[in-house]
Structures are given as C-alpha cells and as structure tokens.
Design a protein. Structure first.
Length: 596
C-alpha cells in the first residue's frame, strides 16, 4: 500500500510520539481535500491538531519546536530537524487552500495556527462575555439586597455582598476565590435575592464533573440554612448536574440538545469549578443561555486549568491588565478571606506562597509546620524524601491503610452510608499515572496492604473505590463520578450481590458492576482528577524534579483538596521545582476580551 508523501513526512514525529497518528491523518486528509501537498503546511496543521491535547487553543510556529523538545524531553539526536522560519512558514499556511474561505479547516493569525473550530469557540466565548458585560445595568429591577446583608456577615463579607449586588444588576458575574472563601454562601444569597425579586424562578447549578456537581449540591444545601426559611424551601430541590447533562444529548448532528435555537429555560445559570471548563464547552454553554438570563461563573483561577483546550477562568481574571474601565472589570469579584483554615495555618500559608510563586516561603512554611500540634486545622506534615523512599512508603501506609481497611469493613457489612463517607476520608494524589510514584503504583501498593490483612482484591472487591472514566447518559453516570463496591443482601459476601454505591443528590444510588463499562480504582488518583473533590486528608506524592507534569498550579490544587490535613511526600528539590514552574497555555481569549 502506497503511503502519501505527507504521511511519510510526518511519520518520524509520530514515531517520536510528538504527533499522534490521528494528527497526521487529519492533516493529510485536510491537505488532500484542499489540494495542497506541501509537507510544511501539513506539519503546521498536524501541530494545530496536537495543540488541544496539551491544553492549547493554537500552536505558535515561533515557539513550537523548543516546546516539543522540552515537553517530550528529546535528546539532541532525537530532536526534529530545523523547521521553517516561523513568519514564512505561517505565510505559507495562510496562503494555502486549507486556510482559505469560509469553511477553512485552520485559521492563521500571525505565527499562530489553530483548528478552525477551536478558534471559533474562543471568539464565541469572548463575544458572549463582552456582550453580557457591556449590557446596560438592570437598575429598574434591583431589590435592596437585604437578604445578602442579613446572611453575609463577618470578615470578607463586604466582597461577598458586592458580588451579590453586581449580580442583581448584570447578566454576568464572575466570583473567584480560594477554598473556604465563601463562594457557595455567596451563591445562595445571590439566588435568594434574585428569587425574591422574581428573577430566579428557575435556577441551574452545574459543574464540569459529577463529583464537582455533587459537592456543589452539598455545599449549596448547607448554605441554605442561613437563608429565610421560605426562600430556602424554594431552593432546596434545585438539583446540581454536570454541564453536559444540563445541555442535554444532541440529535441531528448537534453536540448538545440546548443551543441558540433551543436555549435553556433557566433564569439563572451558575457554573462552579469554572477553571475546569474548556473553551469549547464554555462556548456551547454560553450559546445556550438566554440573553436575559443571569450567568454566574465561580471558581479558583489558581487551580489547574481544564484538561481540554483553553484557560477560560484564568483568562477572564487576567483582565485588570486591560484597565479598570473595561466593562468586564465590574463583573469580576475576588473573595480572599478563607473560613476553612486559620490564616496562619500551614495549609493557608503554603497555598498563599505557592500562589505567589515564592519557593523560599513555601519551604519555610513547610518546615515551621512541624511545630503545629496534631489535630490542628490546616495542618501539613512534610515527609522530606522521594516518593519511592522506604520512609515515604511507611508514612503513606500509616495514614492510608487504616482507612482502606475501615472502608472494606463498612462495604462488607453492607453499610452504604458509612462506605460512601469513607470515600471522603483520605486520598493519595499523584502527578503521574504510571511509575512507582504514580497512581497505578500506589493503587497496587494499597491493595497489597489489604491482601496482607486478608482482604481479597481481585475484580469488584468489597471496599474498592472507583471512578467513572466515561459519560454514560443511559445510566446517568458521568466522567469523574466516584463510588464504592458494597455488599448487598444485608451484608452477604456473595460475588453476585456486589453493588457499586454512588452518593447522589437525594441519596445513594446502586448499580450492578456489570452496568459500568469504564471505571478505575482510586485509592490513589491524579491531581488533575481530584479537582472538584475534597477529602479530610490528602497524601500528596510528588514525582522527581525532572517531571514535566509538575507545576505550581498542580501543587496548589493538590494541597487545597484537604479539609483537615495534608501529608506532603516530596524532597525539597521537588517542592522548589514545582513552585518555580508555571503552566503556559497558548490561547487568545485574554487578548480578545481585553481588546473589547
């Protein structure tokens, strides 16, 4: 079989792992359809196809070769040969039929090349945000915000009340802040005010993953206790859901059921954990919201960005560089006072130092944490060794093994509530999936401890914590949902009685293991997948300093998953390397919004 010249030219990069075979075949197909057999044009298209997998909206031809060498840790003898001059290369792509016409497959802007659908998504988000931000304030409809004044009190409440007041006036509000800064309480007061004003009869609460949606529901219901009883009763049945479920399953070739032609019916659409939302999903969501509805985006821009392309929340929060008079400036509200931990607690101090990129302060805070008594809120225990050191293994075992055994005991007895509560007690968080310090290695290690204690750990064993890894609309289970295998029939241990319990809004739901096609064990999980979750304790195991996955954002996300205590397993060099490395993503949303 004859291989096309374009595919032959791209094959060395596929062999190196720089491009996937899908990237190469997409580029070859688009160039063939456009009638362009220029290998350099095909290379640019293939690199644009690769970009979203690395979180980028576009590829910058001026920097991509150095990035490829760095990201794949390529030795000099394996590095790609010199690529064309970026400006001339971009001009060749721009002049190609593949980038011409209304139906062009790629878009070229300067030395940036993007697949057209990602470029369209970015422009759609910018347009929707700017339109909502620039809309005239709804001054004639504003109530006196008495509910917010009653509910939001104490340190930091002035910022919370300002966010509520702004939401009553505008169609877009962005509420950002770290863990425990009162974001959910602010939302509850905001919705109550809109409801009291007759503008919140239909409220949608959404999040990117099932677990994040469940956590939003728990926090939202908890916050309702501060509201007047009559208003709280009207909101108690609001069901949080994933953004995918909110938008519905599309037909006739559409990605989603709700879109501009069939908008969502809600008066208020609230999205939590917005940092996890890709630019494509945000474009679909904003398209589906009615112009007169209120949109509230909530999250922490210091956390990891979405697994998909773009950094929507971070780009919006970068706005101050554009000037205080920008219309979006009045829509962004930052909550800074944390109520979860004392401001002088180790977790608070470490998180703040990570946020500012101050490695010296991080190390100093970790060292001083050793003097904090056990049981103190926001405690950090630093195990200053590599993740595969015997001391590290002993430290992790001391924390994790008792919880895993208790989880098995609750599951074996058929105590669904206790088993589900056990899922929240502790989690090992890793940067990598593979390797001795990765998720797969630690899951095997925990299961070896269970076997040593007499627990069977094959198949759907009792007490096995699992995470759904693919959306299943038929079952109502979504990527990120977490459950635990429990015994049915009043605790019978027969294999056929095993069920998987999930903690859903309104109570636990049970499924047969055979109904779940795609799950993974999560005694340990990646830091990426822990976003939207919280645990009483987290055990953070960092990889060696050379890891390209480790970053400031990853470390910040990991340590802020804890409700009570963090056990950090990492030597000083690992910690410094993480704090000093930032995630850089290529996209134009911040520029588009700033330009107005």
């Amino acid at each position: 079989m004859t291989v096309s010249p374009v595919l032959a030219a791209l094959d060395p990069l596929v062999t190196l792992g720089v491009l996937s075979s899908g990237d190469a075949h997409l580029a070859a197909s688009l160039c063939r359809l456009a009638g362009d057999d220029d290998p350099d044009v095909a290379l640019a298209v293939a690199l644009a196809s690769r970009a979203p997998r690395w979180g980028h909206v576009h590829v910058d031809l001026a920097t991509i070769r150095a990035e490829v060498v760095d990201e794949h840790e390529l030795a000099a003898e394996h590095a790609p040969p010199a690529w064309p001059d970026p400006t001339a290369w971009a001009a060749r792509v721009a002049g190609s039929p593949v980038a011409s016409g209304a139906d062009a497959a790629v878009v070229v802007r300067g030395t940036r090349v993007a697949l057209a659908r990602f470029d369209r998504a970015e422009h759609a988000v910018a347009s929707a945000v700017l339109t909502r931000a620039a809309a005239a304030p709804r001054t004639s409809e504003i109530p006196d915000a008495a509910i917010a004044a009653q509910v939001l009190t104490g340190p930091g409440s002035d910022r919370q009340r300002a966010a509520v007041r702004a939401s009553l006036e505008r169609g877009l509000t962005v509420v950002v802040g770290g863990p425990g800064t009162g974001k959910t309480t602010t939302l509850a007061a905001l919705v109550a005010e809109l409801l009291a004003a007759g503008r919140g009869e239909s409220v949608a609460l959404a999040a990117p993953t099932g677990k994040a949606a469940a956590r939003l529901g728990e926090a939202f219901r908890g916050a309702l206790g501060a509201l007047p009883e009559a208003l709280a009763e009207r909101l108690v049945d609001v069901e949080p859901m994933t953004i995918h479920r909110l938008l519905g399953r599309g037909r006739d070739g559409r990605r989603f059921a709700h879109h501009a032609g069939r908008p969502l019916p809600h008066d208020v659409v609230i999205v939590d954990e917005t940092s996890m939302v890709s630019v494509s999903l945000m474009a679909d969501l904003l398209e589906a919201v009615r112009p007169e509805a209120t949109v509230v985006l909530v999250g922490d821009p210091n956390q990891l960005a979405s697994i998909g392309a773009g950094t929507v929340l971070g780009d919006l929060c970068a706005l101050p560089a554009a000037g205080a008079d920008h219309p979006l400036g009045a829509c962004i509200h930052r909550l800074v006072h944390s109520r979860r931990f004392p401001t002088d607690s180790p977790v608070a101090a470490v998180a703040a130092a990570i946020e500012h990129g101050d490695a010296e302060a991080v190390v100093a805070a970790l060292r001083s944490a050793a003097t904090v008594p056990a049981g103190s809120p926001g405690r950090i225990r630093w195990v200053d060794v590599g993740g595969d050191d015997p001391l590290a293994v002993r430290a992790v075992r001391e924390v994790v093994e008792p919880v895993a055994l208790a989880l098995h005991g609750a599951a074996a007895s058929g105590d669904v509530d206790a088993a589900l509560a056990g899922l929240e007690r502790v989690r090992i968080l890793c940067a990598h999936r593979r390797g001795r310090t990765g998720v797969e290695g630690w899951n095997r290690t925990v299961e070896s401890w269970l076997r040593h204690a007499g627990v069977t750990t094959s198949g759907w064993y009792l007490g096995r914590p699992v995470m759904v890894t693919a959306n299943d609309y038929r079952l109502g289970r979504f990527n990120g949902d977490q459950g635990v295998v429990v015994a049915g029939d009043g605790g019978a241990l027969r294999r056929r009685s095993a069920q998987v319990a999930f903690d859903d809004v309104g109570g636990a739901s049970l499924l047969r293991p055979g109904q779940l096609a795609e799950v993974e064990t999560v005694h340990a999980t990646t830091i990426h997948k822990s976003q939207g979750s919280e645990f009483d304790q987290v055990v953070v195991v960092l990889p060696p300093p050379g890891s390209r996955l480790m970053s400031r954002e990853l470390l910040y996300t990991a340590v802020t998953r804890a409700r009570a205590e963090v056990v950090l397993v990492a030597d000083e060099a690992m910690v410094r390397a993480a704090v000093e490395r930032r995630v850089v993503r290529h996209g134009s949303l911040a520029e588009l919004v700033a330009a107005g």
